[in-house]
Design a protein around this ligand. Structure first.
Ligand code: HEM
Ligand code: NAG
Ligand code: NAG
Length: 325
């Protein structure tokens, strides 16, 4: 082969690869529903002003959707036989406000005649996620669009696809790597725990019975553990939920990482990111520089939004986000 052609060919190949792997564009609805961003934003903002849970609820919903069958809104499907993704115990703690946000935004989009049945629920969830992040003080970023909605949702598919709060770096890393997400992406995305809540049962063993009676997880700050013991006594009401970021629970900022430096990570999967020397430097970097964290978060959530995207005959634009057409 002509040696001069080689760089040209590899450039071409790179171009083809990068366009086919993404298939998403920020201006995907430019012709079909040009105002979709402002319609969704207005609906999300209204809901956010009614209740803050809108933000963590929507953000976590996006994560759980993308990790199971890809970002295809399969997590929103509801079946009478209770065998959809959302019926799996790992998804049962998803806040109703997250689902409600997507349903309200979809209704707002469909009220605009030209936009009716043109925008997928998966894309509405992606846009709503960006909007809640930014409304909470986090970065505003362009959202890639063009996902179709999936037609399949099963309770069993959730198994082994979502991380467990007792996972440590190796298990977390492996699970994120399956979706093309790096260690830096994992740590940046875990920063989502700068807002929202966890039920006591997810971490109670760390404050009451760590390995033996009455011990506290040695990686946890003792004062923090003592205050958690008050909020989550042994026979706590299972509905009780505690803020994941004890310092600024309603601000999307890098406080999560500063907390980790002080042993104030609520879940094992949070605290291990600082305890493990392989990831500590990244935690320290994000703790020291909020701008760097925001950039890394945008990179990572954009990558997350590309996971298992459906196009063509693989999906549809659902009329009702909770049911297949
Ligand atoms: C790294 C592995 C992760 C694990 C093990 C994990 C686990 C958990 C657990 C156990 C809860 C508490 C649920 C409850 O008791 O109600 C939670 C809440 C939350 N997670 Fe994660 N998570 C992880 C990563 C993520 C990612 C990547 C995101 C989004 C980008 C995210 C967003 C959230 C949010 C916003 C909440 C609060 C939900 C609410 O208040 O309704 N998490 N997570
Ligand atoms: C539950 O209902 C859905 C939708 O009607 C269907 O696709 C699915 O196969 C059913 N699953 C089971 C286990 O019956
Ligand atoms: C923080 O991170 C940003 C973006 O990565 C970088 O431009 C800036 O120089 C950093 N600031 C400091 C004080 O290191």
């Amino acid at each position: 082969m002509n040696a001069h052609l080689l760089p040209l060919l590899s450039l071409l190949l790179l171009l083809i690869l990068s366009t086919t792997s993404a298939q998403l564009r920020v201006d995907h609805y430019r012709k079909t529903c040009p105002n979709v961003e402002s319609i969704v934003h207005a609906a999300v903002k209204q809901k956010f002003e009614q209740t803050f849970t809108t933000a963590p609820g929507t953000l976590r919903l996006f994560f759980h959707d993308c990790f199971v069958r890809g970002c295809d809104a399969s997590v929103i499907l509801a079946f009478r036989n209770h065998s959809a993704e959302k019926d799996n115990p790992d998804d049962m703690s998803l806040a109703g406000d997250g689902f409600d946000t997507v349903i309200k935004a979809k209704a707002a989009v469909d009220r605009v005649a030209g936009c009716r049945n043109k925008v997928s629920c998966a894309d509405i969830l992606a846009m709503a996620t960006r909007d809640v992040v930014s409304l909470s003080g986090g970065p505003y970023y362009g959202v890639e669009l063009g996902r179709l909605d999936g037609r399949v949702s099963t309770k069993t598919s959730v198994r082994k696809h979502l991380p467990h709060p007792d996972f440590k770096v190796d298990q977390l890393k492996a699970m994120f790597a399956k979706h093309g997400l790096s260690l830096t992406d994992l740590i940046a995305l875990s920063g989502a725990h700068t807002i929202g809540f966890s039920h006591c049962n997810r971490f109670n063993h760390r404050i009451h019975n760590f390995k033996s009676k009455n011990r506290i997880d040695p990686t946890m700050n003792v004062d923090y553990a003592m205050s958690l013991r008050k909020q989550c006594p042994k026979n706590v009401d299972p509905r009780n939920a505690i803020t994941l970021d004890p310092t600024t629970p309603q601000r999307f900022d890098n406080m999560y990482y500063k907390n980790l430096q002080q042993g104030r990570g609520l879940l094992t999967s949070d605290q291990c990111l600082f305890t493990d020397t392989r990831t500590r430097h990244i935690v320290n970097f994000f703790a020291a520089n909020n701008t760097a964290f925001k950039h890394a978060f945008v990179d990572a959530i954009t990558k997350l939004g590309r996971v298992g995207v459906k196009t063509g005959t693989q999906g549809e634009i659902r009329r009702d986000c909770t049911a297949v057409n």
